[in-house]
Unconditional design. Structure first.
Length: 173
């Protein structure tokens, strides 16, 4: 089912005493909206069109002080409930981000580790960047794992993959 991994974009965060301006909770969008050049208009739908997984590749050692990505455990189950009524069109990056504050509270974990660590996350997982209080720059990549075929939660249960099963689990809760 996997087609390719594109590591073109590398978020780099430098140590700073100034607060970062991009630390809001969000779910990464996976397909273009009306303006493909405006990421805030990119979309996310119930079948996770265009994204099999969110992957976090650490290219430098990342401790708790080095701005690790913050991940809300089990939040992907709640996001499925938000996306389901929106159908194939889904929601834009910003439309979904504005609804995340209303979700139940979840335990948070930090994506820390040695250079070479890779986190494989459900594509609906809620996460955020944070301020860097360490001493060395943080290098990472956050590419989508693209699919050859979009997920389809409406097909036979014998054809579901683990991501589709998790989406359906969220809808049943």
């Amino acid at each position: 089912m996997v087609a390719e991994i594109d590591l073109r974009l590398f978020p780099i965060r430098f140590p700073s005493k100034e607060p970062a301006a991009d630390t809001g909770w969000h779910v990464d969008a996976s397909f273009a909206g009306e303006d493909a050049n405006n990421y805030f208009e990119w979309r996310i739908n119930i079948n996770s069109k265009g994204r099999a997984l969110l992957m976090l590749f650490l290219f430098s050692d990342v401790s708790q002080q080095d701005a690790p990505t913050i991940i809300k455990v089990r939040s992907h189950l709640d996001v499925a409930k938000i996306l389901e009524p929106e159908g194939e069109k889904g929601l834009s990056f910003m439309e979904l981000a504005q609804r995340l504050e209303a979700l139940p509270r979840h335990e948070v974990v930090l994506a820390t580790g040695k250079a070479g660590t890779v986190y494989l996350c459900h594509p609906f997982i809620v996460h955020a960047a944070q301020d860097h209080h360490g001493t060395m720059p943080k290098f990472m990549a956050q590419p989508p794992l693209q699919t050859m075929n979009d997920f389809n939660i409406r097909r036979s249960e014998y054809e579901w993959c683990p991501i589709e099963i998790a989406i359906l689990k969220g809808l049943k809760q």
